[in-house]
Design a protein around this ligand. Sequence first.
Ligand SMILES: Cc1cc2nc3c(=O)[nH]c(=O)nc-3n(C[C@H](O)[C@H](O)[C@H](O)COP(=O)(O)OP(=O)(O)OC[C@H]3O[C@@H](n4cnc5c(N)ncnc54)[C@H](O)[C@@H]3O)c2cc1C
Length: 276
Amino acid sequence: MTDSAPLDVDLALLGGGGAASLLLAALDRHGVRDLRIAIVDPVRRRGQDRTWAFWGHPDSDLDPLLSASWQQVEVATAARRRVLDLTPLRYAMLRSGPVYDRAADAERRLHATRIVAPAETVRDDGDRVLVGTGDGRGVRAGWVLDSRPRPPARAGRTTWLQHFRGWWLEADRPVFDPTRAVLMDFRTPQPPRGVSFGYVLPVSDRYALVEYTEFSPDLLTDAGYDAALAGYRDLLGLDPTGLRVREVENGVIPMTDAPFPARPTPRVVRRGTAAG
Ligand SMILES: Cc1cc2nc3c(=O)[nH]c(=O)nc-3n(C[C@H](O)[C@H](O)[C@H](O)COP(=O)(O)OP(=O)(O)OC[C@H]3O[C@@H](n4cnc5c(N)ncnc54)[C@H](O)[C@@H]3O)c2cc1C
């Protein structure tokens, strides 16, 4: 604990993950230079810890950071395979490394203060927000954007999970079609409750993220994800002796109708997953 006065800022970002990184990049892009900003997160996000994939128009500000994008996507069932043209939209892949690097550059130019400690308490008196931080100093902010993982205001009727494991596969020879992404390949064995599908995001003809995903109430074991992915690799007709797993990604994303308040108090606004 220290007894120094709280750090006074105009804006405090609680959580410095995906949502905060994009916000910092946007503030920088808009030339904001006179805002006193603090970022509070016990972890300094760097490098590759996730891959985001999303729909959008090709002219977004994120384009220079994309690893790949596809105009065509494929959807498959046991009975049928369809290739869909997304024009004027496209499906895009954004890896976390370039996003965190871009946010770190923005942070420097914005002269933001980084507090590597958890935000523990948030008290909004309507005029300022006092944030208690794990390093004992605290922050007093005009506004707070809060992207810490938060529980919902109350339980929902449905609390399922989108859970997945992905292998970044490098092949000895060209085996992937980089002109299209395979979305929702429902030929995977289906779980007793929920739905499963495979997913192939190729960044070149020899390198792709191959994923097994379930929308279901419960997680698999470690071995369960590996077995499901190996099964999907075989379903794709990929020869394991010509492949190397370069990286592994795991994710668990809540799927619920529980309410997440977007603005719990007048000067605190939730962002990212915490906002629902
Ligand atoms: C491998 C993977 C792939 C994913 N792919 C997709 C995708 O394709 N599309 C999609 O929409 N979503 C995807 N997700 C979900 C992903 O979590 C969100 O899209 C995105 O990261 C949400 O950003 P966020 O800022 O809300 O959360 P995060 O990026 O998780 O950031 C939250 C931050 O809060 C910090 N924090 C925690 N506790 C505290 C505290 N007490 N005080 C201060 N800071 C705290 C954490 O350290 C973290 O940095 C994926 C997740 C994973 C793991």
